[in-house]
Design a protein around this ligand. Structure first.
Ligand SMILES: Cc1ncc(COP(=O)(O)O)c(C=O)c1O
Length: 451
């Protein structure tokens, strides 16, 4: 078959994610066929530098990583699956390794997507409410601009309101609290910004009645909602408030987890101790599907009860949480990051990228704010630097389109909000070099100059 035959079959049978297929009446989908390191080749032989790690920040160690593939193949040849109601060696070794990176946490529950990892966290909160609080403490608070997944219940806790359109009615018991974007709220030069935003969470808890609130979920850095790094002090305060009211703190590390920000987990940049941490995307860098819901021993012990009680254990299963491929690839991925000192690379190359983005901000008035941590960065496009009025989403789309034409793949906040789809998002592979970042910065420069 030739390239045009694959394109024709794609157009005939494949339903692409997040895509209005009407566009394919006048254009062809891009079909990737090969990857090596941070680079991709499409079916027509065009080469790209992928600065979004597989589109959605997943292929953290890059494509074609033989050290992971070989170990995965070895495991699959030996033993591929049995339900996780029983044990298997890759799950044991992976869990032990993962916990060694997460002081204060102790139990690993395996699933196969970020949404599912968060659903499990919600079920844990709800069941603890029944086991310990007479079913009263079941509300879960989520933050404006955060995203936690695609299922109806994850959308019920979604702070990107355009994503919810036409998918209701939603699961009850989820309540929103304000976001912590210092730039958008004019607090970027206020040293108390972290405290001010955390206080807004406390106000919502008090309004709802703390005895009815069982969990708070947040992303350590709001990812798809605009790469919002919280002000210093914020997460510490959120942790303190949750403890004060006996509320479980769930940190959604689906994007930041396993190295993206230069530490193993995003929350580890601050002094906060979560009760539950969820993760997916970068856990196995996309070499196998895996997600984890990790808890403290205290949370786990709430489910260790008299076996004659028919309800008092976690009555949950994830079929593909029993695949050995996920933990085998996850373990190989973490060991690859350790062996090649990749976290150090993330810090060094990430700082280089930030310097380059700030230089672009000096050059182009349209960039209102640059932010990020490690190899996770974003910049907001504005109509006017003084008023900070957001640029139309078509402007970010034009920047992304220009870079794509020049063989550099970048991302943007897409149809998440009515008026704030103005952030360009960058999440290059964690193995990227300064040379790769020069190439990215040159593409961005050309795209911004073309506006
Ligand atoms: C922060 C966050 N949480 C959860 C999810 C959902 O993960 P999945 O698509 O694997 O269900 C995503 C996906 O983008 C995410 O960005």
């Amino acid at each position: 078959m030739e390239a045009k035959d694959f394109v024709a079959l794609d157009k005939k049978h494949v339903w692409h994610h997040l895509t209005q297929h009407k566009v394919y009446e006048n254009a062809d989908p891009v079909i990737f066929v090969e990857g090596k390191g941070p680079r991709l080749t499409d079916i027509n032989g065009k080469q790209y530098l992928d600065c979004v790690s597989g589109g959605v920040w997943t292929v953290n160690v890059g494509y074609g990583c033989e050290e992971i593939v070989d170990r995965l193949a070895e495991q699959l040849k030996k033993f591929n699956y049995f339900s996780n109601a029983n044990g298997n060696i890759p799950t044991i070794l992976f869990s032990d390794k993962l916990i060694s990176k997460m002081p204060g946490l102790n139990r690993v529950y395996l699933n196969n997507s970020g949404s599912e990892a968060n659903e499990k966290a919600y079920k844990i909160v709800r069941q603890i409410s029944h086991l310990k609080h007479g079913g009263k403490k079941g509300k879960i608070l989520f933050r404006d601009r955060d995203y936690h997944g695609t299922t109806i219940t994850c959308l019920s806790s979604c702070g990107q309101f355009e994503r919810r359109n036409q998918y209701g009615p939603f699961t009850p018991g989820f309540v929103e609290f304000p976001d912590c974007s210092a730039y958008r709220h004019g607090l970027d030069n206020n040293p108390d910004a972290g405290k001010i935003f955390a206080k807004q969470l406390e106000e919502v808890i008090l309004r709802e009645d703390p005895d009815t609130v069982g969990g708070v979920i947040i992303e350590p850095i709001t990812a798809g909602g605009g790469v919002i790094v919280p002000p210093d002090g914020y997460l510490e305060e959120v942790g303190r408030i949750c403890k004060k009211y006996g509320i479980l703190l769930i940190i959604d590390e689906v994007v930041c987890g396993v190295g993206r920000t230069g530490k193993w987990f995003g929350y580890q940049h601050w002094n906060v101790q979560p009760d539950i941490v969820t993760m997916a995307k970068g856990v196995a860098s996309g070499y196998a599907a895996i997600s984890c819901t990790v808890t403290t021993e205290d949370v786990f012990q709430d489910f260790v009860n008299d076996p004659s009680d028919r309800d008092a254990y976690f009555r949950d299963i994830s079929t593909f949480g029993g695949c050995t491929a996920g933990p085998a690839a996850g373990l190989a991925n973490i060991e690859y990051i350790e062996k090649h000192n990749i976290l150090d690379n993330v810090v060094e190359v990430g700082a280089y990228l930030m310097d380059g983005l700030n230089a672009l901000k000096d050059k182009y008035q349209i960039i209102g704010d640059v932010r990020g941590k490690g190899l996770f960065a974003g910049f907001e496009l504005v109509k006017d630097r003084a008023t900070r009025e957001p640029a139309d989403e078509s402007v970010a789309a034009a920047v992304v389109g220009h870079c794509m034409k020049n063989g550099v793949i970048i991302g943007r906040t897409a149809r998440s909000f009515r008026e704030l789809n103005n952030t360009v998002c960058l999440a290059p592979a964690l193995i990227s070099t300064k040379g790769d970042m020069d190439e990215l910065l040159r593409a961005l420069d050309a795209a911004l100059a073309s506006l």
